[in-house]
Design a protein around this ligand. Structure first.
Ligand code: NAD
Length: 422
């Protein structure tokens, strides 16, 4: 039935979450009761957010916060500002966070928030008022022991500082651990900006061992040259990988001998685009993802690998830097092609792992140097990669199903140990 869905439905995030959840629950032979509990959000809130606009008009925005699970610890997940945010999307993203935190075994549940707005059309003052009022609306739900927001689409460390300040004003004392992804001056962690890209590199290095490849022999194509893709490109290039292609929304650049990533970053900084870089040739951005390569890192956005194009991929390893880059239907095509998938809930978990370190440091009031952050991140990513692949081999399932099974198992176990409070 899945295979006949129209493309628009195939791209529905709730469907993607549900299909993977059901596949894993089935394999685990999870009973219906536990399935019901784990598939429903534990708590959700919708708030209306009145904001006085700069021109004196009063506008009301709608915001959500969903805690999918708080069985293993406080909720954890970003807040996005976008015109097309919906409660269904926020629910799906919150459940992804539950599974992601469980895969890397950090003591958090999953949560997500969103506000329907267009931040590009709003002034800084309007955004600040929106953020503070939204924070006041969800204040009973968040807190270092309850639910810890972080940046997501169109929110950043400045927004986190406003949330932290609003929360602190309500409780009457500075509470840095209420959000992560904060500025360094307010309790942010060293290594956070690079963490997701670094995590992608670490799990890719682990995957190479299975193929007997060395970084020097490994050709990599990366889609997205932003925080995740840019950092992954920089760190992989430093580790010796040959980054032969970078794909952006407005063009792609190719060099079969490997791109000079630092020079490409400089070029983008100077010209505003990766196009026209003299250390490579411009190629069609629609074809770049299908270059013959060893590793493809989709690190831009969701739903870029679908039933329509998955058969054209020519990579051996797919490292999902973005959230949800592959639709559930495309999963089966990748399996047929024997592509080794490092699923998003493992591959990009470096970000939430260092967010966890940030929360720990804030609560200790004692900050780590970057080497310590990076070595602890490496320990968790290498261990999680090993756990997922071993689980997959033991149960004869693909890596994504293994990651979900491991996560469901861990969250289910926490639920059983806690028992039902009735
Ligand atoms: P970003 O905005 O910094 O970078 C995204 C880049 O991708 C931009 O340069 C943009 O121009 C480009 N892009 C967008 N659509 C594209 C397309 N269709 N084709 C090619 N390029 C395109 O965002 P980011 O923080 O790097 O996040 C990227 C993805 O990784 C998202 O799915 C995000 O949810 C996920 N993610 C991010 C983090 C994190 O720590 N930043 C953590 C986990 C997951």
């Amino acid at each position: 039935m899945l295979a006949t869905l129209p493309l628009e439905q195939e791209k529905n995030p709730w469907l993607a979450a549900e299909v993977r959840f059901n596949r894993a629950a089935e394999k685990l032979k999870m009973d219906d009761g536990m399935r019901k509990v784990l598939s429903m959000p534990a708590r959700e809130i919708t708030v209306s957010i009145p904001v006085m606009l700069d021109d004196g008009r009063l506008e009301v925005f709608i915001g959500y916060r969903v805690q999918h699970s708080i069985a293993r610890g406080p909720g954890k997940g970003g807040i996005r500002y976008a015109p097309d945010v919906s409660l269904d999307e926020v629910r799906a993203l919150a459940s992804w966070m539950t599974w992601k935190c469980a895969v890397v075994n950090i003591p958090f549940g999953g949560a997500k928030g969103g506000v329907i707005c267009n931040p590009n059309l709003m002034s800084d003052n309007e955004l600040e008022r929106l953020t503070r009022r939204y924070t006041a609306g969800i204040i009973e739900m968040i807190g270092p022991e309850r639910d810890i927001p972080a940046p997501d689409m169109n929110t950043n460390e400045r927004v986190m500082a406003w949330i932290m300040d609003t929360y602190a004003m309500h409780v009457g004392h500075a509470t840095t651990a209420v959000v992560t992804g904060k500025p360094m001056e307010l309790g942010g962690s060293r290594g956070r900006k690079e963490a997701t890209g670094r995590g992608c590199m670490i799990v890719t290095l682990e995957a190479l061992k299975k193929f007997g490849l060395r970084p020097e022999d490994t050709r990599v194509v990366i889609q997205g040259f932003g925080n995740v893709g840019g950092m992954a490109a920089r760190l992989m290039a430093r580790a010796g990988f040959r980054i032969i292609g970078i794909v952006e929304y407005n063009g792609a650049v190719y060099n079969r001998n490997g791109l000079d990533i630092e020079a490409l970053m400089l070029h983008r900084q100077e010209t505003g685009s990766i196009v026209g870089f003299d250390g490579g040739e411009d190629i069609d951005r629609h074809e770049a993802m299908f270059l013959d390569c060893d590793v493809l890192v989709p690190a831009a956005t969701e739903n870029v690998i679908t039933s329509e194009n998955a058969a054209n991929l020519r990579c051996r390893i797919l490292c999902e830097g973005a959230n949800g880059p592959t639709t559930a239907i495309a999963d089966e095509i990748l399996a047929d092609k024997k592509i080794f998938v490092i699923p998003d809930i493992l591959a990009n978990a470096g970000g939430v792992t260092v967010s966890y370190f940030e929360w720990v440091q804030d609560r200790q009031g004692f900050f780590w140097n970057e080497d310590l952050v990076n070595s602890r991140l490496e320990e968790i990513m290498v261990g999680s990669f090993g756990a997922v692949t071993a689980y997959g081999e033991k149960h004869r399932v693909d890596n994504r199903t293994a990651a979900y099974m491991l996560a469901l198992d861990r969250v289910g176990c926490a639920m059983r140990l806690r028992g039902l409070y009735a």
